[in-house]
Design a protein around this ligand. Structure first.
Ligand SMILES: NC(=O)c1ccc[n+]([C@@H]2O[C@H](COP(=O)([O-])OP(=O)(O)OC[C@H]3O[C@@H](n4cnc5c(N)ncnc54)[C@H](OP(=O)(O)O)[C@@H]3O)[C@@H](O)[C@H]2O)c1
Length: 285
């Protein structure tokens, strides 16, 4: 396969950082972007990446400006990886609208803005791949993850529409739905935990979730390097993806496989158990 140029968001840690390292290791060109000063991306630059400051919550015109500069200085982009994100841990009722909005600004609208900035170039050349980093939280909800799950479910819906709208224009899309992977996402510096005013009825539930976040941080079963290698294989049609069609979506991790299977089985059971009722709602002609 010819050398590809990848633009990745959120490269100051975790999966984004690993993406850049492994893209370079495969001989492709890597454009690392991250919030704040590009000094934070120094190690990736030393490894051969180009670095740009890019906060995905910036205005559309600012984001378009950064993407235009990237293309001016590096030529065409072949793959956009919408990776930047964080977890707003909060209970559904307790979380303030401001904290919901902030979560959507990054995890959903950041993806929308980045994709809208890159698509004109992809449409012009009738090629390019948009990668979404989804989550098991976009397949099934868990207590304390309402704001995060809402964004990842929304991402799934938006992605499904985008994929069908852009496929006839020669553009490929894929969403990877990750289980728990050992990055800094649940580190106390990164996860926003129960920032809104507390309602005492939920004290036990909040404590349960806080304990789960604490225990899970640093002991997630998933290896980010393994996930990234598979995602690169899938986009490039190499390795584990050799001879397979680009999947619409791909869960990664045994934990998310369980979540997806449970969701499918539950949905099928509802369809079967309630089919007569479900079918009974059309207007009588
Ligand atoms: N790790 C998992 O278990 C898991 C599971 C499912 C999905 N995911 C998804 O994977 C993606 C990467 O997460 P990770 O696990 O690698 O977590 P991470 O280690 O915390 O990295 C998240 C990255 O996103 C960046 N970021 C956050 N807000 C941003 C913004 N407004 N603009 C630009 N960059 C921003 C962070 O930058 P700062 O350091 O500046 O905040 C950081 O570089 C996320 O979309 C997450 O939802 C992760």
């Amino acid at each position: 396969m010819p050398q590809l140029t990848w633009l990745v968001t959120g490269c100051t840690s975790g999966l984004g950082e690993v993406f850049i390292q492994r893209i370079l290791a495969r001989g492709d060109k890597a454009i690392a972007t991250g919030k704040g000063n590009t000094n934070r991306l120094r190690a990736l630059v030393d490894a051969g990446a180009r670095a740009y400051s890019l906060d995905v919550t910036a205005s559309q015109s600012d984001i378009n400006g950064v993407v235009a500069k990237i293309m001016e200085e590096n030529g065409d982009i072949d793959v956009l990886v919408n990776n930047a994100g964080y977890i707003e841990a909060g209970l559904a009722e307790e979380t303030s609208i401001e904290n919901y909005l902030a979560q959507f600004e990054t995890n959903l609208f950041g993806v929308v803005k980045m994709t809208q900035a890159v698509l004109p170039h992809f449409r012009a050349k009738k090629a390019g791949t948009v990668v979404m980093i989804g989550s098991s939280g976009g397949i099934g909800g868990e207590p304390g993850a309402g704001p995060y799950c809402a964004t990842k479910f929304a991402l799934e819906g938006w992605y499904d529409c985008l994929r069908q709208e852009t496929a006839p224009l020669g553009i490929k899309n894929v969403i990877f739905e990750l289980g728990f992977f050992r990055t800094k996402i649940m580190h106390p510096d990164n996860v926003k935990t129960f920032r809104s005013e507390h309602i005492s009825d939920y004290d036990d539930m909040r404590n349960l979730v806080a304990g789960f976040v604490q225990i899970t941080n640093g002991s997630q079963p998933g290896d980010p390097k393994k996930a990234v290698e598979i995602m690169l294989d899938v986009v490039k049609g190499e390795g584990v993806a050799e001879g397979r069609e680009l999947p619409e979506r791909l869960p990664l991790g045994p934990d998310v496989l369980k979540t997806m299977r449970k969701r499918c089985v539950n949905n099928l059971a509802i369809c079967n158990e309630w089919e007569d009722v479900i079918r009974s709602t059309n207007v009588e002609e």
